[in-house]
Design a protein around this ligand. Structure first.
Ligand code: ADP
Length: 266
């Protein structure tokens, strides 16, 4: 009955059974509906929080410039301003995540990766001023991608900013873009804090952070890698994390050949 009903969601699994194969068909309609409700709920809450937050930030900004503010209030205002800005970042990241989840392919176009990576590198250098790392950019191919420029900037710069944030001052970071046998590879390598193996598989979960205190202090929302994972999924690419605690990490992504726009033909 479920099989014929177009409004139902079915999941199929083929399992070896001696010399034969068994086909399991599960009706996952309820799970799918609950997932849809979760997505809608998060999207609606984030959307509703935007206006009150904008009003609060506007007034805080105005008040903070009052010259006759009693000194004992000043610190309170600073904290309120910092925390509302943090809340605003969380709400924006949640909205972005909801948007990416809903849209399968967001305005895919040919993307000039040399330009995109150079822009990311320039922004990273600005962010790096407080950290004083040495950042290298190696672009070994002019190949571009077929994808969403906006989302790719968001995901790849997230990986670069993380490398900056989670590397003690004066570290080395290398961003690279290379051709591989089956596509093109983007990688960010750092010699920072590194990640213990038990955390690696969980890093792309929403709000998963190894050290909440440090992440908050660096302005993190805990949603960055969840966004990265979704954006890469749209481009049929996967995130690979290689890391040794105390030595550093490499976050890399291979974009499959179908999404590569060869420089030779463009
Ligand atoms: P956050 O906003 O906390 O940075 P992310 O989702 O971007 O959230 O990252 C999740 C967690 O993964 C971070 O809190 C941090 O503990 C860890 N992490 C991410 N990138 C690195 C890195 N390059 N080196 C060490 N730890 C990292």
């Amino acid at each position: 009955e479920s099989w014929r009903d177009p409004s139902r969601y079915l999941k199929c699994e083929l399992t070896p059974f001696g010399d034969e194969k068994l086909l399991f068909i599960y009706d996952v309609t309820r799970v799918q509906h609950l997932e849809q409700m979760r997505q809608d709920f998060v999207a609606n809450v984030s959307h509703e929080l935007r206006t009150p937050l904008t009003v609060m930030m506007g007034y805080l900004e105005n008040f903070s410039h009052q010259p006759d503010m009693p000194p004992q209030w000043r610190r309170g205002f600073e904290l309120m301003t910092q925390q509302t800005a943090r809340m605003n970042r969380i709400v924006n990241d949640l909205l972005l995540l909801s948007k990416i989840e809903i849209e399968e392919t967001h305005e895919f176009n040919d993307v000039d990766m040399t330009k995109l990576l150079t822009n990311i590198y320039d922004d990273a250098q600005a962010y790096n001023q407080a950290y004083k790392h040495t950042i290298h950019l190696h672009i070994d191919t002019y190949d571009g991608l077929y994808g969403s420029e906006v989302y790719l900037i968001s995901a790849l710069s997230n990986l670069v900013i993380n490398a900056i944030k989670y590397t003690p001052k004066g570290g080395n970071i290398t961003i690279s873009w290379t051709r591989t046998s089956d596509g093109c590879r983007f990688a960010v390598e750092d010699d920072g804090l590194g990640i213990a193996p038990e955390h690696i598989t969980r890093l792309t979960e929403r709000f998963y952070r190894i050290d909440k205190g440090r992440s908050r202090a660096t302005g993190g929302t805990g949603l960055g890698l969840a966004i990265v994972k979704h954006v890469l999924h749209q481009h049929e690419a996967q995130l690979q994390i290689d890391s040794v605690e105390g030595e550093g990490s490499t976050f890399s992504v291979v974009f499959p050949a179908a999404y590569v726009r060869s420089a030779a033909t463009s």
